[in-house]
Structure formats: structure tokens, C-alpha cells
Design a protein around this ligand. Structure first.
Ligand SMILES: Cc1cc2nc3c(=O)[nH]c(=O)nc-3n(C[C@H](O)[C@H](O)[C@H](O)COP(=O)(O)OP(=O)(O)OC[C@H]3O[C@@H](n4cnc5c(N)ncnc54)[C@H](O)[C@@H]3O)c2cc1C
Length: 389
């Protein structure tokens, strides 16, 4: 049986980033990953660094937006974190923060953009509404139908294929161990320590366990007899053929699902929350099966992209699906799990954009310090009523 100070379950962005912080602080840490590092959401996502409230946060009305806005302190922190990340990790991550535009095409959408910006400014986000000539000068590629846009200069993109490996590399350079192809199948506490059993029967023990297992986090928590209300959501992405530089900004829409950006290689990535169909088996969602493409999502996403007419002529060369985790209030689940000493959860929300911040704050908590941002609003304790013991 191998002994560690901390075992992190999950070799995505969150798990590798937490391990990096812990290893840097001298913690003996092991990351266990059932497949390959970066195999799931962290490597499949759109790579958007979006710090404005997303469409999914504002589409359900002002009260829901106000609740989701409680994550904005994390957005502000993450915007700064990404700016220094490549230096911190000593590796390229494809980070480019050239600004993001959230578009409005109708008077109702312009009003929604104004309300959203007012809410964001309450939290100190420097959002500016652009219209007319100023907008056309900044973004001549936009369709005439676009009436206004909210500009946030720190938004942008990073390369999902590079970020998690960079965290993993930095973590191992500080002594973290990473074990891939190792699925945790049992988790229990005994003698003041956590005991983890692998599918091959291999045993590890640790003072602390971090559940950073993406959509599987609820499964892992259930092994410790804890219910976490986090739900898998299937999402769709498409990439066009390469084209000459066209789109320097991250483009989103306040009235429909859309995210659009150009990669360093020239492909336009289309996404923004278009659903994919979760696969069920024996009447339950099968998390080990990739969601199925929905034709309506492909056509809907392509239609949303007409706000940048030059994209409409480009062939789509690849579409894919993945799964991410959402909670009922759209806030993350981040922090210690009540009544399970040494057990922590990290999942939910836009954990690519916010991942470096989640990881830093969680590691600070775990190391016994006081994180410089309160995690209270994101604590698993807010769902304590689901757990009687
Ligand atoms: C199509 C798509 C587009 C997205 N676009 C964006 C975007 O543009 N911006 C943004 O901020 N977010 C985006 N997201 C969300 C973002 O990708 C996720 O929030 C983030 O990557 C989650 O990282 P993670 O490390 O928590 O999870 P994951 O990357 O899923 O990693 C969890 C890991 O845990 C492992 N694991 C699970 N169970 C076990 C077990 N029992 N034993 C061992 N290992 C286990 C899994 O194999 C997996 O590799 C998108 C998601 C998708 C699917």
C-alpha cells in the first residue's frame, strides 16, 4: 500500500493544476487518472477564456443571472491568472487575451447586454458597450445585423491540448506522481486516513483526497456516501478548415448559444453550449460513452455563426462532443466536503476558464491557509441538506 499526503482523482486541468500547487508546497501528491491525461473535457473544450457572464447564465432571467454572478470574483482572478500562466508553467499554452465581444442583434438583446454589463460592473469587471462606428472599427468582420457588443479586453483563448499537459509537466517537475490507466473504484476512510482502491486492486492511502473527476465526481463522492448535485451536460464543437487571420477576438452572443474564435493555426472553432445527446444504458446515463451528435446542434451552431459572414463560406472539417458538469445554481462545487475530513471536491462551471483559479484556491484551503477569495458561495456545504450523515 502506497502512502501519500494527498491523492488527486482526475487527470484533467483541475486535477493536474491542484497537484502542481500541492507539489510546489512540498506535499507528497499522486494524481490518478483512469484513462490518459487530458482525455476528457479538459482536452475537448472550446478553449474560450470568457470572463463575461455566459449566455447560459443570463438566459434564465435576472435572478438566475444575479446568482450566477457570484462567481465573478473567480472570473476576475482567472483573467489575471491566465495572463501569467505560460511564465508560471514555463511552457506555451496558446494563451491569447486580445479581447472578447458579446454581441446583440435586437433591441431586447441590447437591453439584456446593458443589464448584464451593469451587473458585471458591480463586481469590478471592466465591460464596455460598443455601438456604431467604434464597434465596426474594432470588429469590421461583424455582420450588419449586430447592433452592439460588450467588450472585455482580457478575454481570449488558450489551447486545450497544451494547458493540462503543461500543468502536469510542472507538477511532476516538483515531485508529483502521475498514474494513468488507473481507475479508482472504492474510497473509504479508516484510521484517520482515506483508502483508495483501484480497479486492479492496487491500494493507496492519503490524508487528503481531491475529487477532480469531472462528470464522474458525483460517482466518486458516492463511494464516500456523499451526494453532490452535479449533472453531466453533453456539448458540441465544430472546427472549420484553416483560413487567413480573420477573427482576433473571442466572439459570443447574449441572445443565443455561440462562441467563436480562430486558433493559432487558422481554424475557426464554433461552440457555445450546443447540446449533444447523453447516451443511456440500462436506463441510466453512461458517463463512459461519448455523447451523440445532434443534427439540430450542428445546424443551429452554423446559423448562429452568421454574425461573422466570412465564416459562412468555410467548410466544417470536424465536429465532436464532450461532457461537462453543471450544478443547479451554475456555481462551482469547490472546497471541503462537510463531515468527510480531508475530502475535497472541485468541479462545475467553466472549469477551463476558471480552472487555474479553482486550483489555486482549493490548494490554499487544503494546505491550511486562508485563500485570498472566499470559497463560501461555492462550498459543497450549500447542498448539505442532501446528506444526513
Ligand atoms: C465541448 C466542450 C466545450 C467546452 N468549452 C469550454 C470553454 O470554452 N471554456 C471553459 O471554461 N470551459 C469549457 N468547457 C468545460 C471545461 O472543459 C470543463 O469544465 C473542464 O475541462 C473540467 O476539467 P476537469 O479537470 O474538472 O474535468 P475532466 O477534464 O473531465 O477531467 C476529469 C478526469 O477524471 C478522470 N476520472 C474520472 N473518474 C475517475 C476515476 N474513478 N478514477 C480515476 N480517474 C477518473 C477522467 O478520466 C477525466 O480525465 C467545455 C466542455 C466541453 C465538453
Amino acid at each position: 500500500m502506497a502512502r501519500y499526503d494527498a491523492v488527486v482523482v482526475g487527470g484533467g486541468l483541475l486535477g493536474c493544476a491542484v497537484a502542481w500547487h500541492l507539489a510546489r508546497a512540498g506535499t507528497r501528491v499522486l494524481v490518478v487518472e483512469k484513462d490518459q491525461l487530458n482525455r476528457h473535457a479538459s482536452g475537448q473544450n472550446a478553449g474560450s477564456l470568457h470572463f463575461q457572464l455566459e449566455y447560459r447564465m443570463v438566459e434564465h432571467g435576472d435572478d438566475a443571472a444575479r446568482l450566477a454572478a457570484r462567481a465573478l470574483p473567480l472570473h476576475l482572478d482567472a483573467m489575471r491568472a491566465w495572463a501569467g500562466l505560460e511564465t508560471d508553467l514555463g511552457r506555451p499554452c496558446g494563451v491569447a487575451q486580445r479581447g472578447g465581444l458579446m454581441l446583440a442583434e435586437t433591441p431586447a438583446q441590447v437591453a439584456a447586454l446593458d443589464r448584464k454589463a451593469a451587473l458585471e460592473r458591480e463586481y469590478g469587471l471592466d465591460v464596455e458597450i460598443l455601438e456604431g462606428e467604434r464597434l465596426r472599427e474594432l470588429a469590421p468582420y461583424l455582420a450588419d445585423s449586430v447592433r452592439a457588443a460588450a467588450l472585455l479586453p482580457g478575454e481570449g483563448k488558450a489551447n486545450p491540448r497544451l494547458v493540462t499537459p503543461a500543468f502536469a509537466h510542472a507538477a511532476t517537475a516538483h515531485g508529483a506522481e502521475i498514474r494513468t490507466g488507473h481507475r479508482v473504484t472504492a474510497l473509504h476512510r479508516d484510521g484517520g486516513r482515506w483508502h483508495l482502491t483501484g480497479a486492479d486492486g492496487r491500494l493507496d492511502t492519503a490524508d487528503t483526497v481531491v475529487l477532480a473527476a469531472g462528470v464522474w465526481t458525483t460517482e466518486l463522492a458516492a463511494m464516500a456516501d456523499v451526494r453532490l448535485p452535479a449533472f453531466p451536460v453533453g456539448l458540441t464543437m465544430s472546427a472549420t478548415a484553416r483560413t487567413a487571420p480573420l477573427l482576433p477576438h473571442l466572439v459570443q452572443h447574449v441572445g443565443r448559444r455561440l462562441s467563436m474564435k480562430q486558433t493559432g493555426e487558422g481554424n475557426i472553432l464554433l461552440g457555445g453550449g450546443w447540446p449533444a445527446k447523453l447516451v443511456t444504458r440500462h436506463g441510466r446515463v453512461d458517463l463512459d460513452h461519448n455523447p451523440e451528435l445532434r443534427y439540430e446542434s450542428l445546424t443551429g451552431n452554423a446559423d448562429a455563426a452568421r454574425v461573422v459572414p466570412a465564416v459562412m463560406g468555410l467548410p466544417v472539417i470536424r465536429s465532436w462532443t464532450g461532457m461537462t458538469t453543471l450544478t443547479p445554481d451554475q456555481l462551482p462545487l469547490l472546497g471541503p466536503i462537510p463531515r468527510r475530513p480531508g475530502l475535497y471536491a472541485a468541479t462545475g462551471g467553466s472549469a477551463f476558464t476558471l480552472g487555474p483559479t479553482y486550483a489555486r484556491l482549493l490548494a490554499a484551503t487544503l494546505l491550511g491557509g486562508q485563500p485570498d477569495l472566499s470559497l463560501d458561495d461555492y462550498s459543497p456545504a450549500r447542498f448539505g441538506a442532501l446528506n444526513f450523515v
